[in-house]
Design a binder for this molecule. Structure first.
Ligand code: PFF
Length: 441
């Protein structure tokens, strides 16, 4: 069956960046960092990005491009006998789980566009801003309605094909979002006269770290880069052989990190200045940002555009998850694309209604996916490289564009000896800690 491709050479990379950059950077990174004490967590996150997530990203891209197949078939093609195709299945399960809660949060974002447009966020004091979010979260009708809108939007783009849909959105709008984030950062930092937010994000206090933080930093790296469920494998299958694959992976990781970091710089100073607790959880962004907008020139307009662009970033990420589901239905059940899309979206809506009405379910899915399913998927993906592909074939793929990948030995060392075992170690430590045995004091 013919698969949808990308029009321009850089299209697949732009789409991969579009998948990576989303609510994970702007909603999830600040709240998880806030809950885990700030700077020390950020350092761990950077470490895991470089030592674990980046090698996994390179591997996913390579496996996808090597086979030219989406995740559900890629592993089976490379290793027909083993059980590795299970990675594709777990990716499908994971896509369902993440999409269901991700679109509830995306729905809140869309609702905030509406609130901004109608002026309902204007002139509120920080306490009223917090109450607005509490009302949003606790009214299931609001969450369900906007979640359905978001999922329908995602479905519409996917039903019309990858190349036409994604490329158009991400390439023009994301730089504008980046520009706005920088503007909001400047205002937020200027509000924080005692620089408490900057210290929180940049001056590490390691006593605040626990094994839970270590697992969460790993989970955040996976979630933010869309790793561990085959999204990036599927995008890898669209990347042209002429592209420098390691460089593309590094650019995607750098863009992703940079935006998360800026989101931290945007949120924490204002949170401290306005008395919002940085550890207040998933509501942090929604309880903080309106306060900055309320205290800046053209705040009304910036608020609308900012939340709107955040919606676009969320949609491009959501598309990449829906693609995994649709690809699965296309290749396994030979369905037509629009039908497969409607089916996948409908099933996700059912699960999403649970997350929208029952916030512990949202928290549980968020935790389960980022801190368990994705790192576990990443463990098997990276283990697949030395066990089933080998250095020679891997190097050929990574140098297929005709250039040399000088850091290949470092990559392979990390893929074989560091990344899988670090993931396993973190997992086991966390499990022991559940059982009351602490490896770290
Ligand atoms: N990386 C996305 C974000 O940061 O918002 C979320 C995501 C997309 C996770 C796709 C996993 C995935 F497969």
């Amino acid at each position: 069956m013919k698969r949808e491709g990308f029009n321009s050479k850089a299209g697949a990379i732009a789409a991969a960046a579009g998948s990576a950059v989303g609510l994970g950077n702007i909603w999830r990174f600040p709240y998880v960092t806030g809950e885990n004490g700030g700077a020390a967590f950020l350092l761990l996150y950077v470490l895991f990005m470089i030592l674990i997530a980046l090698p996994v990203l390179m591997s996913e891209f390579s496996i996808g491009r090597m086979t030219g197949k989406p995740v559900t078939d890629a592993f089976k093609t490379l290793s027909p006998k083993g059980y590795w195709y299970g990675i594709g299945f777990s990716g499908v399960v994971c896509a369902f789980v993440i999409m269901s809660f991700y679109n509830v949060v995306a729905g809140w974002t869309m609702y905030y566009v509406y609130l901004s447009l109608t002026g309902k966020l204007q002139g509120l004091n920080p306490e009223e801003v917090s109450q607005t979010f509490e009302h949003t979260m606790s009214d299931p009708l609001i969450s369900i309605f906007w979640m359905i809108i978001m999922l329908s939007l995602t479905g519409y783009v996917v039903a019309h094909g990858v190349s036409k849909g994604i490329e158009r959105y991400s390439k023009i709008l994301m730089p504008i979002l980046l520009f706005l984030i920088i503007v909001v950062c400047v205002r937020s930092i200027s509000l924080d006269t005692e620089n408490k937010g900057i210290y929180f994000l940049l001056a590490p206090d390691f006593s605040k770290l626990s094994i839970k933080s270590v697992l969460e930093a790993l989970g955040q790296a996976f979630f933010s880069l869309s790793l561990g469920m085959g999204t990036m494998t599927t995008y890898g299958s669209y990347i042209s052989k002429k592209q420098n694959l390691p460089k593309s992976a590094m650019s995607v990781a750098m863009i992703d990190f940079f935006i998360a970091f800026l989101a931290g710089l945007m949120i924490f100073p204002c949170a401290f200045a306005c008395g919002v607790n940085p550890g207040s959880g998933p509501g942090l962004v929604f309880e903080t940002l309106p306060n900055v907008f309320n205290q800046m020139p053209m705040g009304y307009l910036i608020s609308i555009v900012f939340f709107l662009l955040l919606v676009v970033a969320a949609v491009t990420s959501s598309i990449s998850m829906l693609e995994v589901l649709v690809d699965f239905l296309l290749s396994r059940y030979n369905m037509k694309r629009p039908r497969a899309t409607v089916l996948a979206v409908s099933l996700t809506i059912i699960l999403g209604i649970g997350c929208a009405t029952f916030s512990p379910m949202l928290d549980f899915f968020d935790n389960l996916s980022a801190n368990v399913l994705l790192p576990l998927g990443g463990f098997f993906i990276i283990l697949f490289v030395p066990l089933c592909i080998g250095a020679k074939k891997m190097r050929e793929e990574m140098e297929a564009h005709g250039g040399k990948f000088k850091l290949f030995p470092v990559f392979y060392f990390l893929a074989k000896w560091v990344a899988p075992w670090a993931i396993l170690f973190i997992f086991i430590s966390k499990m022991l800690s559940w059982m009351g045995i602490e490896l770290f004091a």
